[in-house]
Design a protein around this ligand. Structure first.
Ligand code: GRF
Length: 196
């Protein structure tokens, strides 16, 4: 049973899915938000999970990440899951948690890293997009992919409609990928994902 901390900044629908999917492989012991009124905090509290707010304003990236790190270690977190956490983490933090730190991104990585993903996918007239769960490494959205699901781009899609179709898929993909990691079925090897 791995002790999992989840980092959020917003509404936390992925957090909700991860809470609902807890099984013998992982237990969510802490939810941290950098935004005080993030909707996801209510979801965590309603589920009886400890929450912490770590504001980022007026701090260097390194100072903010040091606070995060201290909170995670104090809680005994073993795995750290980013779920709509809208801060770029420092290289030092990413390295300290490498192999135990994952993120979900709404594209078929390595395509469309970064922000405004759906706008760019639609502008490029892609026939499909999707969602990816990946290990976090210092370079943004560039870590090895653990699991990925393809989603069609429909004619007339707006960024909002495409985002909603992908989000529904994320809610199954993220718990599935976390269970692979928590149960030792996948781990980060030398620069690549290794399935045991
Ligand atoms: C998701 O689209 C996820 O892929 C991205 O941020 C969004 C978070 O949504 N990283 P929610 O807060 O989980 O609803």
């Amino acid at each position: 049973m791995k002790r999992v901390a989840i980092l959020i900044s917003g509404r936390g629908t992925n957090l909700g899915a991860l809470i609902a999917a807890q099984d013998a492989s992982y237990k969510i012991i802490l939810v941290i938000s950098n935004v005080e009124d993030a909707g996801g905090l209510q979801k965590a509290r309603a589920a009886g999970i400890a929450t912490e707010v770590v504001p980022h304003g007026g701090k260097s990236r390194e100072a903010f990440d040091a606070e995060l790190d201290a909170a995670l270690r104090a809680a005994g977190a073993e795995l750290v899951v980013l779920a709509g956490f809208m801060r770029i983490l420092s290289d030092g933090f990413a390295r300290a948690w490498e192999g135990s730190l994952i993120n979900i991104h709404p594209s078929l990585l390595p395509a469309y890293r970064g922000t405004k993903v759906h706008e760019r996918v639609i502008a490029a007239r892609e026939a499909e997009s999707g969602a990816s769960v990946h290990f976090v490494v210092p370079e943004l959205d560039a870590g090895p992919v653990i699991a990925q699901v393809r989603v069609p781009v429909e004619p007339g899609d707006t960024p909002q409609s495409l985002a909603a179709r992908i989000l529904a898929v994320e809610h199954k993909l993220y718990p599935d990928a976390l269970k692979l990691l928590a149960s030792g079925k996948v781990r980060l090897g030398q620069d690549r994902t290794i399935f045991l």
